[in-house]
Design a protein around this ligand. Sequence first.
Ligand code: IPD
Ligand code: CA
Ligand code: CA
Length: 257
Amino acid sequence: MEDLIKQAGRMILDGKAAVHDKEGMANFVTDRDIEIQRFLISELSSRFPGCTFFGEEDTEGNEHRTSGHCFFIDPIDGTTNYIFGYHHSCVSVGESLDGNMVAGYVYNPFTDDFYEAKRGQGARLNGQQLNLADRGLEEGITAFGCARYNTQDTDAIFDISKQLYLRSLSLRNGGSAALDLCRAASGANVLYLELMLQPYDYAAASVIIKEAGGVISQINGSPITFSTGCSVLAGAPKAVAEAKEIIADYYRGKNGL
Ligand code: IPD
Ligand code: CA
Ligand code: CA
């Protein structure tokens, strides 16, 4: 899998590609996203006959069926970063069997960082085992994500992030949820929060963060879902517990979570 994911990720380096609008404000897809997803679906279908796909883009073979052996594909996580030359994007592929996530692969071709995890076998970054130190918010960098097309979440994410910022050492918004989650797995971030993501954004990273010793859930503590999108709160167990209190306080003030 490593060679395949890296080959797909390196396609992000192939220069600019045509940009198209998707539904909602500032929601884009490029010809490169399509090309990478097509490549992965074609390669994975021939290696694993009968497998299903839950990919972000509208390409042939992408059925959003999570049954049996399924691959969750985000061909470019950080498409806006890619379009504007931020050099901070990745390919993300999560693997599930009968509804249970069993492996995750995330590759950033700009830094050549390859994160991988298999359930029960630990997580690695460039071959090095990841073992998360349990730290509180005040001991690290907090990261959050938001998207212009999720307009209903704008006030909440910025109000909550301000509280997280005031409790932690600093605040980041990297523009790639998968990479921010992987940074939570490596300890570069102590926490990651986003109020609405889709399964292909977090499928791979969810295995990586759990296998590194971190936790991941929705903001109210419910398990994340893989048939539909949800909020995501992940990181070191102590920081996540502190963040849950901050988030619950915020919504208590707004009458309900
Ligand atoms: C987006 C990125 C971003 C996050 C958005 C996602 P895309 O994915 O992960 O960091 O805040 O919610 O939609 O569109 O670049 O694949
Ligand atoms: Ca994404
Ligand atoms: Ca994407």
